[in-house]
Design a binder for this molecule. Structure first.
Ligand code: WT7
Length: 646
């Protein structure tokens, strides 16, 4: 791994909110007396009723309970919209850049206020009340932000489902949340291609009982079916709605949103984030990690279907009165220069994207970047998976012209906001390292037995104490929450990631240590892909593992055993890929499928994934002990027939 160090420049140390001395002093305070530190930080948002209690947390086995600012009342829409009207009503809140480069729009805080109130009144008119769950299945259009903030305004809990998920995946999320209302669009538009969102909702609706109303935003004007009594055109409902809507006072611990994410077992779980602590944490990390100053134009390229879009397109930036850019399209349309064209068009200062995007653009060479100016850029960010030092260097040199620090931000859906990252005015960067903890965050590295390791070491990453943005529970299943995150290492939050700590105390995340794989920065449970495969009538057994992929970080490698008598043909291979896309969505498409007459199993019938992982990784030399296998012979067959041999 690269040990090159990029020191903080004198200019950065001077202009940034936080320099090295301030980081060290504030960090020490934050862990010495969390209640007093966060008691102060809580004031960065407006409260309807001020809190008197700051932190009430127990990580005790069987009794995990996490509360921040618990007796305070506030409202997220009040903080992200209303409180800016007096000071910056005419400032742009959202810059929307369409899929088509000729389509863009600026939305001021005043307009945002009107749109959110109107949307909130439409929700109310359709029976949505405080505590109700509303599922949002929208493309990257301003209405996605309006819908989120409208839910927050009336106290409803939103559950956004990424537009790339299949009708089945959508249905199981609607069902789990028991949503009576879904907000969607006629169609989405990405890279010039249409995404049949409303048709997907129709297919999902057939599988659930709870759904009563579908609000349909007109995006493309494509022809779709509308079901009498259930489906409502949003624009028609909005035309009748008032732009006056008071905010619902919310307790700090009332849920703000659910977001489904994959784990190592079973179906995706609904991660619950609440109101006060989440917003304080999202706003504070957005200000300090991106060193946001008023007037800066900030662009995070994520989709609102992922947590990055929640915390760092909508909630963090808007709570800070920022100008946030929302992009409907993809990095390669209409040309591979699109990101940099958008940077020049809107004079973007802060740019936050994923390593997979960097690697795919890197593959097209420097010219498409170099022909653009990018003079407005000041800071670059990375998120979603470890960034390999080669991609880091390219991002720094080619995109940032050797002048923009890179913040490599490590966090998770569960953490609500960034936990480990450089601060650009404070932290020297090492390519490939997420560097140091944010204020209040206490990472530890433990060995398999849970022993806390000191100094330079390698092991599993845990967090020793709570921070305000932490998830509170799994929706409807607190037991699963405690088992997933707090049972492996009692009294600590287990991240599921492996990591190394170097002599400077820098953290280097090495990737998941559970059965979760990270494909292009998207989390996928191997068990989910396996259950989709075995649902196919010709498949008898399947085992899925990750393998190193040049662009995606990890690819999906599936070992498939067919029913007796079925032929392992190329056509069937294609059919299985299409099948998984239909069952889960395109992000779950297997990259490689190997037909295997047998899988390596122990005598008790347990599949030895360790061996399958090694074969997929091309590491035949280090298969480890295979003597406990019921039939050691299957391993040779698997090696001989490995797909995509290098
Ligand atoms: C997993 C969380 C954080 C929002 C997007 C993904 C990996 C994330 C980094 C990083 C190394 C990273 C981890 C983590 N990850 N950021 N900067 N360096 N790994 O959220 O879908 O909940 O996935 O993504 O493995 O556990 P998510």
């Amino acid at each position: 791994m690269s040990e090159k160090v990029y020191p903080v420049s004198g200019d950065w140390a001077k202009r940034a909110w936080v320099d090295q001395a301030k980081y060290q002093a504030m960090y020490a305070d934050s862990v010495k007396d969390p209640a007093s530190f966060w008691g102060e930080q809580g004031k960065r948002i407006d409260w309807i009723k001020p809190y008197t209690k700051v932190k009430d947390v127990s990580y005790a086995p069987g009794a995990v309970s996490i509360k921040w600012f618990e007796d305070g009342q506030t409202n997220v829409a009040l903080n992200c919209v209303d409180r800016h009207l007096a000071t910056r009503g005419d400032q742009t809140a959202i810059i929307w850049e369409g899929d088509d480069p000729n389509e863009s729009k600026l939305i001021t805080y005043r307009q945002l206020h009107e749109e959110v109130c109107r949307f909130a009144n439409v929700l109310k008119a359709h029976g949505v009340k405080k505590g109700d769950r509303v599922t949002i299945y929208l493309p990257m259009i301003p209405e996605a932000a309006y819908a989120m903030l409208a839910c927050a305004r009336v106290g409803a809990i939103h559950s956004i489902v990424f537009g790339g998920f299949s009708p089945d995946s959508l249905a199981s999320r609607i069902e789990d949340a028991a949503s009576a209302v879904v907000i969607t669009a006629d169609e989405g538009l990405r890279g010039g291609r249409k995404v049949p969102l409303k048709a997907n909702v129709d297919a999902a609706a057939d599988k659930v009982d709870c759904l009563k109303t579908v609000l349909v935003v007109r995006r493309t004007g494509g022809s779709i079916a509308m079901k009498e009594g259930r489906d409502v055109w949003y624009d028609e409902a909005a035309a009748k709605a008032s732009t006056d809507c008071p905010v619902e006072p919310m307790n700090a611990e009332d849920p703000l949103f659910l977001l489904y994410t994959s784990g190592s077992t079973g179906k995706p779980k609904g991660v619950v984030h609440t109101t006060g602590g989440y917003l304080v944490y999202a706003a504070m990390t957005h200000q300090y990690v991106f060193d946001y100053h008023y007037g800066d134009v900030y662009w995070c390229t994520a989709d609102v279907g992922w947590v990055t879009g929640h915390s760092y397109i909508v909630y963090g930036p808007l709570a800070n009165g920022a100008t946030t850019l929302m992009f409907e399209g993809i990095p390669t349309y209409p040309s591979i220069s699109r990101f940099w064209d958008v940077v020049d068009k809107h004079k973007v200062n802060i740019f936050y994207t994923a390593p997979t995007a960097i690697r795919s653009l890197m593959a097209a060479g420097e010219e498409p970047v170099k022909k653009t100016s990018r003079a407005s850029l000041r800071l670059l960010g990375s998120v979603g998976e470890p960034i390999n030092p080669e991609a880091w260097e390219w991002y720094y040199r080619v995109v940032g012209d050797n002048r923009c620090p890179i913040v490599d931000t490590w966090w998770q859906t569960e953490t609500g906001g960034i936990l480990i990252s450089p601060l650009p005015g404070a932290t020297a960067q090492k390519p490939g390292s997420a560097t140091l903890p944010f204020f209040g965050v206490q990472p530890q590295v433990v060995d398999a037995e849970g022993k806390v390791l000191e100094g330079p070491c390698e092991g599993n990453l845990v967090i020793a104490d709570s921070w305000p943005g932490q998830m509170r529970t799994v929706y409807g299943d607190h037991q699963r929450f405690m088992e997933t995150y707090f049972a492996t290492y009692p009294n600590k939050y287990f991240t599921g990631d492996g990591c190394r700590r170097d002599a400077d105390g820098y953290y280097w995340i090495t990737g998941r240590v559970d059965d979760v794989i990270n494909v292009s920065g998207h989390r996928m449970g191997t068990a989910e892909v396996e259950s989709a495969l075995v649902a196919h009538p010709k498949v008898s057994e399947a085992a899925v593992v990750g393998y190193p992929h040049d662009i995606k970080g990890q690819g999906i490698y599936a070992y498939v055993t067919l029913m007796t008598g079925e032929e392992p043909t190329e056509a069937l291979r294609k059919e299985l890929v299409t099948w998984v896309r239909k069952e889960i969505g395109p992000i779950a498409s297997p990259d490689l499928i190997q037909f295997a007459p047998g899988l390596p199993k122990t005598r008790s019938g347990k599949i030895m994934r360790r061996i399958l992982r090694k074969i997929a990784e091309d590491e035949f030399g280090s298969l480890g002990d295979t003597s406990t296998l019921a039939d050691p012979g299957v391993v040779n067959d698997l090696i001989d027939n490995r797909q995509n041999k290098r």
